[in-house]
Ligand binder design. Sequence first.
Ligand code: FES
Length: 91
Amino acid sequence: MADVTMGKFSGPAEPGRDVLGVLLDAGAPIAYICMAGSCCTCRVRVISGAQHLAPKTQAETFHLPAGGGSVDERLACQAVCLGTGDVQVDQ
Ligand code: FES
């Protein structure tokens, strides 16, 4: 089973679940407010496994700069798991 991990917290990366929901269920101390892609409070850095998340939503494309670096940023409430592998994030 693929997992989503933030620090010592980890939960199952079930297809269709968003990263925020998985981490909250796992008890992770992840910051969030709106759960709707508008406040950016849930912004996370994807350390590994970005390819196991669905493409960025319109909200993420709007709020997160495209950048050119190696670090991929996502909004945890918008980043949907594909269930194809492990995803590691930090905030
Ligand atoms: S909780 Fe507001 S953008 Fe994710």
